[in-house]
Design a protein around this ligand. Structure first.
Ligand SMILES: Nc1ncnc2c1ncn2[C@@H]1O[C@H](COP(=O)(O)OP(=O)(O)OP(=O)(O)O)[C@@H](O)[C@H]1O
Ligand SMILES: [Mg+2]
Length: 521
C-alpha cells in the first residue's frame, strides 16, 4: 500500500549535451527536467496461489521485495480482481456486510464480526459524518442473529424508533412512580461505595472523612437490617458496602441527622454536644436536595417494586436478556448532565459484574455501544470525581471485558476528548470524516506508525465513508457504508429547506412549561 510519494526534480543532461563536452555550445545545453518518484510503501500482505492454484490473500509476509525491483499498479480489471479476492476471502460465516470498497464499487466489503467485537472497536468521526447510521447498519445486521446481545447508550433518543430493538428509558420527572416495561429506574441502592461517595460527599469539606464514615456505617447497617427482614441471613457473611442490597434511604438520612444533633451526658447533669455534632449539616442538605430534586427522581422516587430484593435480577434481565430482544436501546436523555457519567457507568458496571458472575458455560457475549462517548468517558485530566468513577467502570471493561465476553463500541465525534486508556484498548478503528486537527492527531496516534499516512484521507472522506483499520479487516480499507434500512432519527436539519417553507410558529409558552416541567410529553 502506498503511503506517500515524494517527487524530486532531477536535472539531466542529454547524450548530445554530454558529447559537446564542457564549455562547448553552452548556450545550447538545455538540461531536461525529469522527476524521480520516491515511493514509501507499507507491506500489507501477499497474494499467492494456494494448493488448488487459486489466488489467495494472506497478511503474513514471508519474503520482502528487493529494493529497486519492478512494481505494478493495480488498475481496472486487475484492481477489480484483487478487491474481489479480498471480498471473497473476508466473506466468512462470521462476516458482517458493510458496504462497498471505495476503490471498486462492485466489490462488497465485509468486516469480521468476531474480531470486530472481540477486542473492542472505536467509531470516530466529526458531527454529521455518518456515525449513527453506521451504528444502525451494524445493529441491523446483528439483530438478525438468533442470540446477539447489544446495549446501545442513547443520549438524544436517536435510536428510539428502531423497530427491531426494544427500548428502555430512564424516567423523567413526569413519569416518576410509574411502572412500565420501558421505564428503567436506576435505584440509589445500586450505587457502590465509591459512586455514592462521589455523588454525596464533598471532599473539600474538612469533615469529609467523618461524613464518609458515618454515611457508610448507616448504609451498611440498613442493608443488614433489610437482609434480616427478607430472611437472607446467609448473605450477611458476604455483605459489603458495595453489595447491591436495597435499603431505605430515609433511614440513613435520619441516622445522620440524629448524629448531627446528638447531645450526650456531660459533667454533672449538663448535656454536651455529641462526637459528630453539627458535622453533617452540609451533608444532610446535600442528601435532602438530591433526594427532593425531581430530575434525580429515577434514583430516589422509586415505585415499590424497585425496592425489593428481586428488583435487581428483574432489572438485569431487562438489560441483558437477549431472548426478549437482541438489541436494547437505553434512552438517557432525561438524566441530568452532572450525573450522566455515573448513571451510564452504573449500567455498564452492572452488566459487567453480572457477566463476570455468570457461570462460564452459560455466559453469552454481549456488546455495549457507547454513542457520544466524549460526554461520559472524558480524558483523565480535569475530571470531577463523578466522571472518574464512570471511567473506571468502563476502563475495566476495556481492559478485561474481552475475557468475560463484554465488548465496547466507543462512538465519538470528539476523539481528542475521550479517555485515551479506553480508546487505546480498541483494536478496531472505524474512522469517518474528521476535520479537526486535534482529533485527527488523536486518531493517528492510535494507529501503528506505518499506517499513520493513511489517515491523511480523514478530512476528505465523504459522508458515510469509513476507513477501517484493525484485525476485523484483511487490509486497511476505505468503505462506502450501506445506509441502514431503518435510519436513526437524524439531528441533521436542512436549514435552508426549512427556511424556504412557510411555517407556523412553535408554541413557545408550551416550551417554557416543558422546560419547567423538564419533560416534552
Ligand atoms: N452511509 C451513508 N450513506 C448516505 N448518507 C449518509 C450515510 N451515513 C450518514 N449519512 C447522512 O449523514 C447524515 C448524518 O449522519 P449521522 O446522523 O449518522 O451523523 P453522526 O456522525 O452520527 O453525527 P453526530 O455526531 O452529530 O451524531 C444523515 O442524516 C444522512 O443524511
Ligand atoms: Mg450520531
Amino acid at each position: 500500500m502506498i503511503e506517500s510519494v515524494i517527487k524530486s526534480p532531477v536535472m539531466e543532461e542529454t547524450a548530445e549535451d554530454a558529447a559537446l563536452g564542457p564549455g562547448e555550445g553552452a548556450e545550447l545545453a538545455m538540461p531536461h527536467e525529469s522527476v524521480l518518484n520516491t515511493v514509501r510503501v507499507t507491506l500489507v500482505g501477499r497474494v499467492a496461489l494456494d494448493a488448488d492454484q487459486k489466488p489467495c490473500f494472506s497478511r503474513s509476509i514471508f519474503q520482502v521485495p528487493e529494493i529497486d525491483c519492478g512494481c505494478n499498479v493495480l488498475r481496472d480489471a486487475q484492481l477489480q480482481a484483487f478487491m474481489n479476492l479480498l471480498s471473497v476471502e473476508s466473506k466468512t460465516e462470521h462476516s458482517l456486510e458493510m458496504g462497498h470498497y471505495t476503490m471498486d464499487e462492485k466489490a462488497v466489503a465485509y468486516l469480521d464480526g468476531n474480531r470486530l467485537f472481540q477486542r473492542h472497536a472505536s467509531l470516530l468521526g466529526s458531527t454529521g459524518s455518518g456515525k449513527s447510521w453506521l451504528v444502525a447498519a451494524i445493529l441491523e445486521q446483528a439483530a438478525k442473529l438468533p442470540s446477539s446481545n447489544l446495549i446501545v447508550v442513547d443520549l438524544h433518543g436517536e435510536y428510539g424508533k428502531l423497530t427491531y430493538a426494544s427500548h428502555l428509558r430512564v424516567p423523567g420527572p413526569e413519569e416518576l412512580g410509574k411502572t412500565g416495561d420501558e421505564l428503567l429506574y436506576l435505584p440509589y441502592w445500586l450505587l457502590n461505595a465509591e459512586e455514592s461517595q462521589s455523588m454525596f460527599i464533598d471532599r473539600s469539606e474538612f469533615t469529609a472523612h467523618n461524613q464518609v464514615m458515618a454515611f457508610q456505617d448507616a448504609v451498611l447497617s440498613e442493608k443488614k437490617k433489610f437482609l434480616g427482614t427478607e430472611g437472607k441471613a446467609d448473605m450477611l457473611k458476604a455483605l459489603t458496602l458495595d453489595s447491591p442490597i436495597p435499603f431505605p434511604f430515609d433511614n440513613v438520612v435520619s441516622e445522620l441527622r440524629r448524629l448531627n444533633d446528638e447531645m450526650v451526658p456531660g459533667a454533672g447533669a449538663r448535656e454536651k454536644q455529641g462526637l459528630f455534632y453539627g458535622q453533617f449539616s452540609r451533608l444532610l442538605i446535600r442528601l435532602q436536595s438530591k433526594r427532593d430534586d425531581k430530575r434525580y427522581g429515577f434514583l430516589f422516587h422509586l415505585p415499590e417494586s424497585e425496592q425489593t430484593y428481586d428488583a435487581m435480577s428483574k432489572m438485569v434481565s431487562r438489560l441483558m436478556d437477549f431472548s426478549r430482544s437482541r438489541v436494547r436501546v437505553i434512552d438517557f436523555s432525561e438524566v441530568p448532565a452532572d450525573i450522566l457519567p455515573i448513571m451510564v457507568g452504573l449500567v455498564a458496571r452492572v452488566v459487567y459484574q453480572v457477566q463476570f458472575w455468570t457461570e462460564v458455560t452459560a455466559r453469552k457475549p454481549m456488546a455495549i455501544v457507547c454513542d457520544e462517548a466524549h460526554v461520559y468517558l472524558p480524558k483523565k485530566e480535569g475530571q470531577n470525581p463523578i466522571e472518574q468513577r464512570a471511567i473506571e467502570n468502563f476502563e475495566k471493561i476495556a481492559k478485561e471485558g474481552r475475557k468475560y465476553g463484554v465488548a465496547m463500541v466507543v462512538v465519538s465525534q470528539r476523539p481528542s476528548d475521550v479517555s485515551t486508556t479506553i480508546l487505546s484498548q480498541c483494536n478496531n478503528l472505524l474512522a469517518l470524516r474528521l476535520t479537526n486537527g486535534d482529533d485527527q492527531g488523536t486518531v493517528k496516534r492510535l494507529m501503528p506508525e506505518s499506517l499513520a499516512g493513511l489517515m491523511d484521507a480523514l478530512p476528505i472522506l465523504d459522508v458515510g465513508e469509513v476507513l477501517v483499520v484493525g484485525d476485523c479487516v484483511l487490509l486497511p480499507s476505505r468503505i462506502r457504508v450501506n445506509p441502514p434500512k431503518e435510519k436513526p432519527t437524524s439531528s441533521t436539519i436542512a436549514f435552508w429547506d426549512e427556511w424556504k417553507n412557510a411555517a407556523d410558529k412553535p408554541d413557545f409558552a408550551k416550551a417554557v412549561e416543558n422546560l419547567r416541567r423538564q419533560s416534552r410529553k
